[in-house]
Design a protein around this ligand. Structure first.
Ligand code: DGL
Length: 257
């Protein structure tokens, strides 16, 4: 039986889900969290759906065995592969996924050009294809798979010349300019936001789904009467399948950004 004082689990293929965790900590500071990254098996975005589904189910089982009262699947790729089946497996536990924030980006102004950056798997999957179809009449939506982008963030490389060159190539080779808005459809990418803005120019508006996901978790916990009544700051327990101290240090650093 879940208790109000149990932790909220936040799961990602690696360190990217910290961009969602930081939004959760902002609006639910008195909760405890377990942040679990599966960096050993990352990147998920280059795998097939069945593999990602099984890895996500395994992670959820592990986290519920640790007493998590709710789960945020803070990974767009894992959400498109597994959130539906997880909700069937655990109907009584609040489970919230994340998807690319296409709506605010596409409804910004009439006929705007929206670039959606995400992993190859997220873009391939039915969940994204139907999301895109919903807004296609309102905006020009340009999906851009970004193989390799998450690896820079996993290495903690957010400012190097190599990273800038990678982004310039990715965005120029695909003749992306000019766009009005960019959707960061992978939880690793908010950590590349400054560099993406440098490459695309300061006028581009950038959206990600972290804040909306955090608010949805708060709503679901309130509905289930599972919000922690504590009035003191909660703690984050960082875990990673690589069991590498450096990954944990990187997670802590990213949470402070
Ligand atoms: N952070 C994951 C997402 O939001 C993807 C990274 C990966 O390819 O593992 O889609």
């Amino acid at each position: 039986m879940s208790k109000k004082t149990n932790p909220i689990a936040v799961f990602d293929s690696g360190v990217g889900g910290i961009s969602v965790l930081r939004e959760l900590v902002k609006i639910l500071p008195n909760e405890d969290y377990i942040y679990y990254g599966d960096s050993k098996n990352a990147p998920y975005g280059m795998k097939d759906k069945e593999t990602v589904k099984q890895l996500t189910i395994d992670a959820a089982e592990y986290l519920f065995a640790q007493g998590a009262k709710g789960l945020v699947v803070a990974c767009n790729t894992a959400t498109s592969a597994a959130v539906r089946v997880l909700r069937e497996m655990y109907p009584d536990i609040p489970i919230v996924g994340i998807e690319p924030a296409v709506k605010p980006a596409a409804t910004l102004k009439p006929n705007c050009r929206v670039l959606v950056m995400a992993t190859p798997m997220t873009i391939r999957e039915e969940k994204f294809q139907s999301l895109m179809a919903k807004y296609e009449d309102m905006a020009e939506i340009i999906p851009l798979p970004c193989p390799g982008l998450m690896d820079f963030v996993e290495r903690g490389d957010l400012t190097s010349d190599d990273f800038r060159r990678y982004l310039e190539e990715l965005l120029f080779v695909h003749r992306i300019h000019p766009v009005d808005s960019v959707v960061l459809g992978c939880t690793h990418y908010p950590f590349a936001k400054d560099m993406i803005k440098e490459v695309l120019g300061p006028d581009v508006l950038v959206f990600d789904g972290g804040e909306g996901t955090a608010r949805e978790m708060r709503r679901r916990l309130a509905e289930a009467d599972l919000l922690n009544p504590s009035t003191t700051q909660g703690a984050v327990d960082f875990r990673n399948s690589l069991e590498d101290k450096k990954k944990i240090e990187l997670c802590k650093m990213l949470l402070e950004l």
